[in-house]
Write a protein that binds this ligand. Structure first.
Ligand code: E4P
Length: 221
C-alpha cells in the first residue's frame, strides 16, 4: 500500500520523505491556503518545490469548475512536472475533464468522492486515482471504511485499474483498516503516519533494555 502525505507544508513533506516511507503527496486548495501560498505563479512554484522533495506522484488540484477552464488549468499544471497528477472534483464537467486527460495520457485524481456510484463514474472516465474522503464521512456518522470496501469490490469485479486513494485519513486505525481492505493508497497528515510507530510496550521495552544495559555496563567497570 502506498503512503501519500496530505499537506502543502514542505517541512512535513521532507520529514515524511526522510522517514523513507513516502510514496507521494496530495494537496488541495485549503492546504495551499493554510501555508499562505496564493497567486498563480507562487502556487506553481510551490508544486515544483514539492516535486523536488518526493519521488512520487503529486496531486495538484484545479480551481476551475467548468470543462474548458479545467482542461486549460489542468494542462498547465501537468506541464509543471512529469509527476504532477491533475486533481479534479467529482462534478459533471470534472468527469468529462478526467476522460479528456486520460485520453491525453495525463494522470488524474478524482477528488471529493463520497459514494460508490461516484467512484464507479471516476473509474469509467479513466481516473488514475479516486479519492474517497473517509474521515469526512465518519464526521457525519457514516462509515467511511465501508465505502472503501464497496469500491474495492466494484473495481475488482470489473478489473478497473483506477487506484483507490483513501483520503481524509485521520489516524492509525484508518490506515490499518484501509490496508486490510486493500486500498491501493492512503493519504493523511504526517501525524497519522507517525501514529503507526507508537506502542507503549515498545517504549517500555526499550526503556528496560537501555536500563539493563547501563546497569550491566556499570557493574562491569
Ligand atoms: C484529499 O486529497 C484531501 O486533500 C484530504 O484528504 C482531505 O482531508 P480532510 O478531510 O482531513 O481535510
Amino acid at each position: 500500500m502506498k503512503f501519500f502525505i496530505d499537506t502543502a507544508n514542505l517541512a512535513q513533506i521532507k520529514e515524511a520523505h526522510e522517514l523513507g516511507v513516502l510514496d507521494g503527496v496530495t494537496t488541495n486548495p485549503s492546504l495551499m491556503a493554510k501555508e499562505g501560498i496564493t497567486g498563480e505563479e507562487n502556487v506553481k512554484a510551490h508544486y515544483k518545490a514539492i516535486c523536488e522533495i518526493t519521488d512520487g506522484d503529486v496531486s495538484a488540484e484545479v480551481i476551475a469548475t467548468t470543462y474548458d477552464e479545467m482542461i486549460k488549468e489542468g494542462l498547465e499544471l501537468a506541464k509543471l512536472h512529469e509527476r504532477i497528477v491533475v486533481k479534479v472534483p467529482m462534478i459533471k464537467d470534472g468527469v468529462r475533464a478526467i476522460k479528456y486527460f486520460s485520453k491525453q495520457g495525463i494522470k488524474t485524481n478524482c477528488t471529493l468522492v463520497f459514494s460508490a456510484g461516484q467512484a464507479l463514474l471516476a473509474a469509467k472516465a479513466g481516473a488514475t486515482y479516486v479519492s474517497p474522503f473517509i474521515g469526512r464521512l465518519d464526521d457525519i456518522s457514516t462509515d467511511g471504511l465501508q465505502l472503501i470496501e464497496d469500491i474495492r469490490l466494484i473495481y475488482d469485479n470489473y478489473g478497473y485499474e483506477t487506484q483507490i486513494l483513501a483520503a481524509s485519513v485521520r489516524h492509525a486505525m484508518h490506515i490499518i483498516n484501509c490496508a486490510k481492505i486493500g486500498s491501493d493508497v492512503i493519504t493523511g497528515p504526517l501525524s497519522a503516519m507517525l501514529s503507526l510507530l507508537k506502542h507503549p510496550l515498545t517504549d517500555n521495552g526499550l526503556a528496560q533494555f537501555l536500563a539493563d544495559h547501563a546497569k550491566a555496563a556499570e557493574a562491569g567497570k
